[in-house]
Design a protein around this ligand. Structure first.
Ligand code: ASP
Ligand code: MG
Length: 607
């Protein structure tokens, strides 16, 4: 007999008929000899409707009253589903988050789950009942026992957290799409349903998958190795398995990480190669990394900062023992890279051997401005100068001088309150739960058209500058996505300076510019440049670790379409490029094609 947690989203319980259909499916699973806990969302667009009602009364209602209001949506659906089950002869009981004992911090409208008391649920299950639990809500750990909610889309988190606490055999998330796709099927009609994906990949694909599966739910699944599957409530298809590495005995106390960062990683076996002043036109990155790939050299971080006049800088890291070969490749290509055929100046190659990489990782940084800033601040306070910055959805990596790595690590452990010893090097790809072929180098491709790019020119090159910029943005609640620091150094008034470029939500671009201009002036930087007409395309796959040539393949696909790459940033399992807005969809399509992710099954996507 297995214990299964099933979660049904709003559209799956949107009408009485649908609730009855869910009841049938639940009974089928129970009849097959399973014990069941069913988590449901509010019916259809109920939560949106409640938000609207509140706004009609107050433009800025108290967060406590919002929780009181929004938590009612789920109370309706649990009662109705429980009745539907009873009507069909299946013993069932509905319970609110408070009745279960889903204990959260007292943060209204965005509470994190601290622990779940399982004993009442277990008693009901033992009596042969299906337990129907209200998703998205909990009860505060304060004496006043306040009703809290977990944040929009939080029912997924409730379901996975319950599965972890109950040590369920499986958690099934039922939604209105058949699972997770290799990319957005509305933009790429031959996108394919993935049979499986790792939690780490899923987190890096947050912009693609967040609507299907809440990132916090993915994080809990990963930390507690909850077998998770996402599937359609309309079909019998198998859906997508979301896998995680096996874990042993993690306490269920402090279930959701209250910390935004759950690991500090470092790698001292790194060396950096920079190419300065390469022409700003399509095909350069493809040629460089194509050649590197052909020499079978494995590249770790790659960054390209925004162009200056008509040239770019590209920098990448390799392991120390391959530095000489990488340098040779770069030096061989450099003379052929001139901004104009007649230009006297060719690209310049620089290498740095004494560097190390330190990263902070954790899904908690998604949507929390200030985590990257906190990292830069901690490094600044420890007087560690940052040589290179590269960011992804769930990771910020900084290259620093090798001799400062110990100070960097201890400063970060202290700042993020991590007493555990940091993880050395890159994590190997997660072993799948079920024997399956090795991870493909690229699992999925995402496009984000809602970002804008800002750059600050000529920032003095000394510790603390990045911290100043990103702390200020975080204070104004502006989330920063990709951050890249240029390699080229300009001597202004006798002092070295660099540029820093980053992306923010387009809706925040103007505010960010206004906030940064006075700071830039105060620090003696040059102008703040904004470009809102950009698109970000990313490829994600754990198989790209130790698999040379993936970046080259992506850049090559763009080069063939004559799409110019404006910015590059990477993590171990993700490569992101910024291109101009108009090329966004095309870029997505050609990259999806290049990695042979297309399938023949026609996908029906609900509007
Ligand atoms: N009903 C809540 C919302 O709409 C929670 C959920 O559906 O996951 O955000
Ligand atoms: Mg949802």
């Amino acid at each position: 007999m297995a214990l299964i947690v099933q979660k049904y989203g709003g559209s799956s319980v949107g009408t009485v008929e649908r609730i009855q259909a869910v009841a049938q499916r639940v009974i089928k699973t129970a009849k097959a000899g399973n014990q069941l806990v069913v988590v449901v969302s509010a019916m259809g667009k109920t939560t949106d409707g409640l938000v609207k009602l509140a706004q009609e009364i107050s433009p800025n209602p108290s967060r406590r009253e919002m929780d009181m209001l929004l938590s009612t949506g789920e109370q309706i659906s649990i009662a109705l589903l429980s009745m539907a089950l009873q009507e069909l002869g299946q013993p069932a009981i509905s319970l609110t988050g408070a009745q279960v004992g889903i204990v959260t911090e007292a943060e209204h409208t965005r509470a994190r789950i601290l622990n779940i008391q399982t004993e009442r649920i277990e008693r009901q299950i033992e009596q042969g009942k299906v337990v129907v639990v209200a998703g998205f809500q909990g009860i505060s750990n304060t004496t006043d026992l306040e009703i809290t909610t977990l944040g929009r889309g939080g029912s997924d988190t409730s379901a996975v957290a319950l599965a972890a606490a109950l040590r369920a055999n499986r958690c099934e998330i039922y939604t209105d799409v058949p699972g997770i796709f290799t990319t957005d099927p509305r933009l790429v009609p031959n996108a394919q349903l993935m049979a499986e994906i790792t939690c780490d990949e899923m987190l890096e694909l947050a912009s693609l998958g967040a609507k299907v599966l809440h990132p916090r739910a993915v994080e809990i699944a990963r930390n507690y190795a909850v077998p998770l599957v996402v599937l359609s409530s309309w079909t019998e298809d198998k859906g997508t398995l979301v896998t995680s590495p096996p874990r042993v005995g993690r306490p269920v106390e402090g279930l959701e990480l209250v910390y935004p960062v759950d690991a500090i990683e470092f790698d001292t076996d790194q060396a950096k190669v920079s190419l300065l002043r390469v022409p700003d036109r399509p095909g350069i990155a493809a040629r460089l990394f194509g050649e590197i790939g052909r020499c079978n050299l494995d590249v770790d971080l790659i960054i390209q900062s925004i162009h200056e006049l008509n040239t770019n800088d590209i920098a990448f890291t390799v392991t120390k023992n391959t530095l000489n070969s990488a340098e040779a490749v770069a030096s061989a290509i450099a003379p052929t890279l001139r901004s104009q055929p007649s230009a006297a100046e060719e690209a310049e190659v620089l290498v740095e051997r004494n560097i190390a990489k330190v990263s902070i990782a954790g899904a908690g940084m998604i949507g929390r401005p200030g985590v990257a800033a906190q990292m830069f601040q901690a490094l600044a306070d420890a007087e560690v100068n940052i040589l290179m910055i590269s960011t992804s959805e769930v990771k910020v990596s900084c290259v620093v001088e090798a001799e400062r790595i110990d100070q960097a690590i201890s400063a970060l452990c202290k700042s993020f309150d991590l007493s555990t010893s940091p993880i050395v090097g890159s994590q190997p790809p997660s072993p799948p739960l079920i024997a399956s072929p090795p991870s493909p180098p690229v699992r999925g491709v995402a496009l984000d058209m809602k970002q804008a790019r800002l750059a600050i020119r000529h920032i003095p090159d000394r510790p603390g500058m990045a911290a100043k910029i990103f702390v200020l943005l975080a204070q104004k609640n502006i989330s920063v996505d990709m951050i890249i620091q240029s390699q080229r150094c300009h001597i202004i008034n006798g002092l070295p300076t660099r540029d820093i470029a980053f992306t923010v939500a387009r809706t925040d671009a103007e505010d960010a510019r206004k906030i940064l201009e006075p700071l830039a002036a105060e620090l003696g930087c040059a102008e703040v440049v904004v470009d809102t007409a950009i698109a970000k395309v990313s490829v994600v796959g754990s198989g790209m670790i130790n698999h040379p040539g993936v970046a080259a393949q992506m850049f090559d696909a763009l080069a063939k379409e004559k799409i110019n790459i404006q910015m590059i940033a990477t993590s171990e399992i993700k490569i992101s490029c910024v291109v101009d807005e108009q090329s966004g969809v095309k870029a997505l399509q050609v990259i999806h094609e290049a990695f042979e992710l297309a399938g023949t099954t026609k996908i029906e996507v609900p509007a």
